[in-house]
Design a protein around this ligand. Structure first.
Ligand code: GDP
Length: 201
């Protein structure tokens, strides 16, 4: 699935402009700066696919990328806008009310949302709010820890235990948590295998 280049297919700022749901879809979300662009680029092996940036507050839009042979796509990756770095839970909910929530609720081909949490930082209220919304939207989500290379081992273990707790508590959470690093490649193959299992044949 990841052997061929991934293609940018669509950017959407309005729910009525979403592309037709022809392929299974996996959406990526997380706080700004969590390492989402870097991870999407590491997964697809393309350095410039999703823009890596330190500036939060980009235009709120959904970006669609297709994996698989040209003309025979197998999986769509959707890059969701990051929620704010210091954003309160309430703001996340407000932000996600429009396009994001409509997208999450109205997308029958959305197989899973990958929710990224920074391995080095404790879970923020905004992350919990995002998990609540995913639960409300009844979308299965999988937690991925990012930047494992720069988390101290004891802290990483603490984070993994904390996240295992979220997974137990939340019905919509997929049981497998993948610990990743876009820097040293930790977990990238494991996450690719998780996603490949959702792709069309
Ligand atoms: P986004 O805002 O969620 O798309 O995050 P980016 O991918 O733009 O990354 C934010 C910052 O974290 C950048 O400075 C990246 O170089 C850094 N970063 C991303 N992934 C990793 C990682 O796996 N390890 C480390 N050490 N830094 C990372």
């Amino acid at each position: 699935l990841f052997a061929r280049p991934c293609r940018f297919t669509y950017a959407s700022q309005r729910i009525d402009q979403l592309p037709a749901f022809t392929l299974p879809e996996v959406a990526f979300c997380g706080r700004s700066n969590v390492g989402k662009s870097s991870l999407v680029n590491a997964l697809t092996g393309q350095k410039t696919l999703a823009r890596v940036s330190n500036t939060p507050g980009r235009t709120k839009q959904l970006n669609f990328f297709e994996l698989g042979e040209e003309g025979r796509g197998r999986l769509t990756l959707v890059d969701m806008p990051g929620y704010g770095y210091a954003q309160a839970a309430k703001q996340v909910k407000e932000d996600w009310q429009g396009l994001m929530f409509d997208y999450l609720r109205g997308r029958p081909n959305l197989m899973r949302v990958v929710l990224m949490l920074d391995a080095r930082i404790e879970t923020k209220a905004s992350d919990l709010a995002a998990m609540d919304l995913l639960g409300e939207a009844a979308v299965p989500f999988q937690i991925v820890l990012t930047k494992a290379d720069s988390a101290k081992p004891y802290w990483l273990r603490k984070r993994q235990e904390e996240v295992a707790g979220f997974v137990r508590e939340r019905a919509a959470a997929h049981p497998v948590v993948v610990t990743t690093s876009s820097e040293d490649g930790t977990g990238i193959e494991e996450l690719r295998a998780e996603l490949a299992a959702l792709a069309a044949p």
